[in-house]
Write a protein that binds this ligand. Structure first.
Ligand code: ATP
Ligand code: MG
Length: 337
């Protein structure tokens, strides 16, 4: 390890805290709608990193963060912030400003990936399938008459269709619309989380989450996790209530489809310019087509999240994987000899 590497805690001189520049700072919480999920992800990652011998501090985002970053100069920041400000690139922009190493994709790539319509356009250009969609801001409904616009949407996309905020997470503001009468309420639900809504053709099939991890030796897809929510809808409750969703990993796919979902996740990771870790959310339909829904740049690491399940299924240790991501982030920001 170079002089800039992160050193294990429990140093021989018995010091209780690591010297400046040695600590790993796990950022969790923030003010997004996914604050609670972020705190749970942050806690799990912090404990995993401690388990692999690193000195870790956990911290929320507030007005004293910058001063702390400047004074304590952590060896690396692990941003476990979900939703806006966490995944839209803003916090990473600030970390870049302060020249603090961090795990994860750079700001511009986060901005692209976090905006679902933009990410869909990028992956579609790279040849991936993504459900047909329409993206409309709130004002369009006001200006042109909601009823007219909604009728056109239903006739183009058919039913059922999926309504979601263009920029959000944890399925907040997402609804399946099965009849035209349900559309107005679904639109209100999506607009509660942002000014732009994405309406997508509904894809029937097996939902899989495919993480991509790069610990410095190149991106690789982890085993796909199949997601089968008890209530049929993978909503906020199904995501974070233990036992309410059946996860199977590796997903029950044959060898060809297993390779295909891995290829799709790797392609999305690469064409969007992502780094270190991502998780693509896909649906495999009855015709064996793999549909890209979205990709997450700060995927959940809670007790019910899919990335830790995939890490375990790959025969890897969560602490070691997290530590190797930290080491890779530190190494890339160290001056080259
Ligand atoms: N086009 C679609 N067809 C069928 N189901 C869909 C479609 N789009 C989304 N879903 C369902 O809605 C859920 C939430 O959608 P999506 O993953 O796009 O949103 P999200 O809020 O960003 O979620 P995440 O927590 O993964 O960040 C998906 O996990 C899936 O179950
Ligand atoms: Mg998703």
């Amino acid at each position: 390890m170079s002089g800039d590497d992160v050193t294990p805690s429990g140093t021989t001189d018995g010091a209780t805290s690591a010297p400046p520049g040695r600590q790993v700072l796990v950022l969790a919480g923030g003010l997004s709608h996914e604050r609670d999920v972020s705190l749970r992800s942050g806690r799990r990652v912090a404990e995993a990193l401690r388990g692999s011998g690193l000195e870790v501090v956990e911290r929320d985002v507030d007005g004293s963060l910058l001063a702390q970053l400047r004074e304590e100069r952590p060896a690396c920041v692990v941003p476990m912030l979900h939703g806006e400000t966490g995944e839209d690139g803003a916090i990473r922009e600030v970390l870049e400003l302060l020249s603090v190493p961090y795990v994860g994709a750079p700001p511009a790539a986060c901005r692209t990936a976090f905006d679902k319509p933009v990410a869909k356009a990028v992956v579609a250009r790279a040849g991936l399938d993504t459900p047909e969609s329409v993206c409309l801001p709130h004002e369009t409904f006001r200006e042109l008459g909601a009823a007219e616009v909604m009728a056109a949407l239903v006739s183009r996309l058919g039913l059922p269709l999926m309504v979601k905020p263009a920029r959000s997470g944890s399925a907040l503001g997402c609804s399946v619309v099965r009849s035209a009468e349900e559309l107005p309420a679904a639109m209100v639900g999506a607009f509660a989380y942002g000014d732009v809504a994405l309406l997508e053709r509904f894809v029937e099939g097996l939902e899989v989450a495919v993480p991509v991890i790069d610990d410095g030796s190149g991106p690789r897809a982890l085993p796909a996790v199949a997601i089968r929510p008890d209530g049929g809808v993978y909503d906020y409750t199904a995501r974070y209530t233990a036992g309410s969703t059946e996860f199977t990993t590796p997903a029950p796919l044959d060898a060809e489809l297993t390779a295909e979902v891995a290829r799709v996740a790797l392609t999305a990771h690469e064409v969007l310019g992502l780094r270190d870790v991502s998780r693509s959310d896909l649906i495999v339909d009855a015709d064996r087509r793999v549909w890209f829904l979205e990709v997450n740049v700060a995927p959940g690491f809670t007790e019910t999240s899919t990335v830790p399940l995939a890490i375990q299924a790959a025969g890897l240790d969560l602490g070691k994987v997290c530590a190797s991501l930290v080491q890779a982030a530190v190494a890339r920001s160290s001056p080259q000899e």
